[in-house]
Design a protein around this ligand. Structure first.
Ligand code: SF4
Ligand code: SF4
Length: 369
């Protein structure tokens, strides 16, 4: 394993994200398969991963419970836990923090973050008193480092970093967002402030592990033996100043692939970087909705739509043919795209700022045709 120096800590460059744990079936709210998930965490520890990231809302709170159960078998100083305060899920930050410690069965959270700071939430996070409270908890040793996870604009990031000194920031960073969104600008701002950067969504919620045939071709022709995910991981892991790259792992096969990439991490040559740019350009032209499957929107949809599944099918229809939408006809009518009432509630929770009702409308029209 490769390790990075973060203040006095030695962090594994590859961190385990516990938001996509093995679960029974697809979709929101399905139960975690406990023995498989615990075995996966044990495997990560054996392989040298010492950074585990969870949140109050992951798997409806079950991720924290599972992680606590899995990690209590190991010495407390052999791993780091990162957890997050979600203002949308439970505004009472004191209650949420105490609940998290109970779920984790721990008396300290090593890395604590304000969750999903974006343009619509930045002012509330800065003014609702949570930061002062978490600083008190840090002074009391119940939090070791305080930061935030970020999904907003450069202006919102400047607002956050001007507010106070942060121990670290977790940002969405991958080659698609680097070349076709504002990830480079956000990263360079954090670097200019000497704030350690942690990375989430290095594979864009799995999108870059699949791409489509046209976008994947340059990478697979250059190195048929390498997974598409490994290109995405190498891109971010080689950037200077990265403390941890999180990967939301769902099974041992994914963990092994990530571990192989990080353990043998080699800098990208200029030819390899050119191939990544080519794949990103092609993919960016064909992708429809850049949903990362975070599921933050799902529980808020009054119609109970499985939004990430519908958007995944939308993307699949863009890259593989419109006929692929037909699989949605197998869903009950009240769970199909036409059931969307365009209330826009989901958009409030989407860190990718996706215009979800627009995609639903388009799918509904195409399914009628
Ligand atoms: S806009 Fe549609 S998909 Fe979004 S929350 Fe409303 S009903 Fe659900
Ligand atoms: S639509 Fe947005 S909030 Fe919903 S799962 Fe996708 S990225 Fe997450």
């Amino acid at each position: 394993m490769k390790y990075t120096n973060f203040k006095d800590e030695k962090l594994s460059l590859l961190g385990m994200g516990a938001m996509r744990l093995p679960q029974k079936g697809e979709g929101w709210g399905m139960p975690i398969i406990h023995d498989e998930a615990e075995a996966l965490i044990d495997f990560c520890l054996e392989q040298g991963i010492n950074y585990f990231d969870t949140a109050y809302i992951y798997h409806g709170g079950e991720s924290e419970v599972l992680l606590g159960n899995a990690l209590k078998k190991h010495p407390r100083d052999s791993f780091y836990v990162a957890d997050k305060y979600s203002m949308n899920a439970e505004p009472d930050y004191k209650l949420q923090f105490e609940t998290q410690l109970k779920r984790l069965q721990m008396d300290r959270i090593d890395f604590y973050l304000l969750h999903a700071v974006q343009d619509t939430t930045v002012d509330q996070y800065l003014t609702n008193g949570c930061i002062e409270y978490f600083l008190e908890q840090r002074a009391a040793g119940r939090i070791k480092y305080l930061g935030f996870s970020f999904h907003g604009s450069p202006e919102a990031l400047v607002k956050m970093t001007n507010h106070r000194d942060w121990d670290f920031v977790l940002m969405q960073l991958n080659y698609l967002d680097w070349f076709h969104n504002n990830a480079k600008e956000l990263y360079e701002h954090l670097r200019s402030k000497n704030i350690p950067v942690m990375v989430m969504e290095p594979i864009h919620g799995g999108l870059l592990a699949k791409l489509n045939d046209e976008a994947a071709a340059p990478l697979l022709e250059a190195a048929p033996e390498k997974s598409l995910a490994s290109w995405a991981l190498r891109f971010v892991a080689n950037l200077p100043g990265i403390a941890v790259v999180l990967s939301g792992m769902s099974n041992q096969e994914q963990a092994e692939d990530n571990l192989a990439t990080i353990k043998a991490l080699a800098p990208l040559t200029s030819d390899e970087e050119a191939l990544i740019i080519k794949a990103a350009d092609i993919f960016n032209k064909t992708i429809g909705a850049t949903c990362t499957d975070c599921k933050y929107c799902v529980e808020h949809c009054p119609q109970g739509l499985n939004i990430p599944y519908l958007l995944h099918t939308y993307n699949s229809s863009k890259t593989g043919g419109i006929w692929r939408l037909n699989r949605l006809k197998a869903l009950p009518e009240d769970k199909q795209p036409a059931a969307c009432i365009s209330c826009n509630v989901c958009m409030k929770y989407c860190p990718q700022n996706l215009e979800i009702p627009k995609f639903m409308d388009e799918m509904a029209e195409n399914l009628k045709a």
